[in-house]
Design a protein around this ligand. Structure first.
Ligand SMILES: C[S@@+](CC[C@H](N)C(=O)[O-])C[C@H]1O[C@@H](n2cnc3c(N)ncnc32)[C@H](O)[C@@H]1O
Length: 224
């Protein structure tokens, strides 16, 4: 990956049409506007720098060769500064390393953990999320359902449909983590599918969403 190509790669991979925006931009905006998140950790980010358009401090963490140079591409940084929606200077840190052994930032210091298509991030770097912090996750690598079966996370809502508005109605949320026959997903079911591609998954939720939002912390009043 040559650094000068980083902006071109971002635009072709994440922007659906010239002059358009990333589909997930409204999701990040809703998280910020509703919950006030400012400091985000994004393991397995690749060149997905859309969070820096919304959150002033983002730490990118990816083991891909040359990722640090690519994320420092002046054209990419200029793009961020031109399109960001907050007044302060964008703070973008990059750690070119495996997220499993990450120690580079203080534990419990992030408002938001982003997990998109890059493994069980909800588990590997959970300790960096502050209590009450948010996990924004998709199910491309089954990490949404991994968080669902983890009592350390509570589901707040899902982003679905064309508008990707946050849905919070309990009956809608429940269907996202149960099979068509109404069987709730379990840790055993998640682990049974973990090494399978989604098209070969044995257990499929009745309802799918583009992204899922969890809060780190125990269930209120001991409920599940
Ligand atoms: C499929 S891409 C997803 C990129 C981006 N999150 C998205 O959804 O478009 C997965 C990325 O995660 C990175 N990755 C996977 N496992 C990793 C690990 N253990 N540590 C650091 N990066 C990892 C890969 O290098 C790759 O850039």
């Amino acid at each position: 990956m040559r650094p000068r190509q980083a902006l071109d790669i971002y635009l072709s991979d994440y922007i659906d049409r010239p002059g358009g925006t990333d589909n997930l931009l409204p999701v990040f905006q809703q998280v910020r506007d509703r919950f006030g998140s400012r400091r985000a950790l994004y393991p397995g980010s690749y060149l997905h720098i859309t969070p820096s358009l919304v959150f002033p401090q983002v730490c990118y963490l990816d083991s891909l060769k040359d990722i640090a140079a690519a994320l420092a591409d002046p054209a990419l940084l200029e793009y961020v500064n031109r399109h960001k929606s907050y007044p302060e200077k964008a703070e973008m840190r990059c750690y070119p390393e495996d997220y499993c052994g990450f120690t580079g930032e203080p534990e419990s210091s992030f408002d938001l953990l982003i997990s998109l298509n890059a493994g069980f991030i909800s588990q590997a770097v959970k300790r960096f999320l502050r209590p009450g912090g948010l996990l924004l996750v998709n199910d491309g690598h089954y990490d949404a359902r991994r968080a669902w079966v983890d009592p350390d996370y509570q589901l707040l809502g899902v982003f679905r449909g064309e508008s990707l508005r946050l849905e919070t109605a309990p009956e809608q949320l429940a269907a996202c983590f149960q099979t068509n026959r109404g069987r709730p997903l379990t840790l055993e079911m998640v682990e049974a599918d973990a090494q399978r591609t989604p098209s070969k998954a044995r257990f499929r939720p009745a309802r799918e969403a583009a992204a899922y939002l969890f809060r780190k912390g125990p269930a209120p009043n001991g409920s599940t």
